[in-house]
Design a protein around this ligand. Structure first.
Ligand SMILES: [Zn+2]
Length: 281
């Protein structure tokens, strides 16, 4: 397959930029996965993967059949345009990345998430994010914005990406000191347990390089109940945050004051942190 031979010398970001350029996806419009598929002469199918590939341990969400030139996305993602877009770009990653040599990739929920354990799955996710956020274009824009949920919302709409993926990229690529902690609903029991309702537990934290070296790697624990009560109400806008200042102790023993914006996409609660004295700078 000559595409692989051509791309062997290229690093992942260069490869993503090359593909975006060749498929006419440079510019302000969101990346169109159909144009990428057409350029690569790949066929796209939306299909019931569990029925097609029985015997998989976990529910498959995306598939690449290299020799058939088919990218498949599971029908369960039919109602989630952002996840279907990301999955398509992830499978394109398996197709073009030179060290992805399998003829068949079957990718489940975990493979497509930040919790992916397998190296090639992480690479395919990284590649998909490069395509989705157009390499350095997003990074340049994000670094010109204030560190606020409003900036993240604006960029998510511009790139047609989920709020969560955009928030993560915003912080990871920031040249400034900022961190994002993501909380999910505490696991429920079989029956509705009122004592557990409304609890949101830490899932993961991502931080900019600047933040990691000066403060901490992750924030543990739960979102304060008072914040949850006000925040998780029907219809609350993503950018409508609850802002607080907290004191944290760094590894050196110094105490720092952080500005925290809590906001929600109604699946997760986010805490966007930055040094209190850097706000608005
Ligand atoms: Zn995969």
């Amino acid at each position: 397959m000559e595409l692989h031979a051509d791309y062997l010398e290229l690093e992942m970001p260069e490869l993503a930029n090359h593909l975006l350029r060749e498929a006419g996806q440079v510019g302000d419009e969101p990346t169109n996965p159909t144009a990428l598929l057409e350029y690569l002469k790949l066929q796209f199918v939306m299909v019931d993967l569990a029925a097609l590939l029985p015997g998989q341990k976990k529910q498959p969400r995306g598939v690449l059949s290299y020799s058939d030139r088919i990218v498949g996305v599971d029908v369960s993602l039919g109602g989630s345009a952002h996840r279907a877009r990301f999955t398509t770009m992830h499978e394109i990653g398996h197709y073009v990345l030179p060290n992805h040599q399998n003829d068949l990739y079957v990718c489940d929920e975990q493979d497509l998430s930040i919790e992916a354990m397998i190296e090639v799955e992480r690479e395919a996710n990284e590649f998909a994010a490069e395509l989705l956020f157009k390499g350095d274009q997003f990074t340049r824009q994000a670094n010109d914005c204030d560190i606020t949920p409003e900036s993240i919302k604006t960029l998510a709409l511009q790139y047609d990406a989920s709020f969560e993926a955009t928030a993560r990229r915003f912080v990871e690529r920031s040249a400034r000191e900022c961190s994002l902690a993501v909380f999910g609903p505490a696991p429920g029991r079989d029956v509705i347990d009122t004592s557990r309702r409304g609890r949101w537990q830490h899932r993961y934290t991502v931080s900019s390089a600047e933040f990691r070296t000066r403060y901490f790697r992750r924030l543990l624990g739960e979102v304060p109940t008072e914040v949850i009560k006000k925040l998780v109400v029907p219809g609350r806008d993503f950018a409508d945050s609850i802002d607080e200042e907290i004191a944290v102790s760094a590894a050196t023993g110094d105490e720092h004051r952080l500005h925290v914006s809590f906001f929600t996409n109604h699946h997760c609660v986010f805490a966007l942190m930055q040094p209190a004295n850097a706000r608005g700078r």
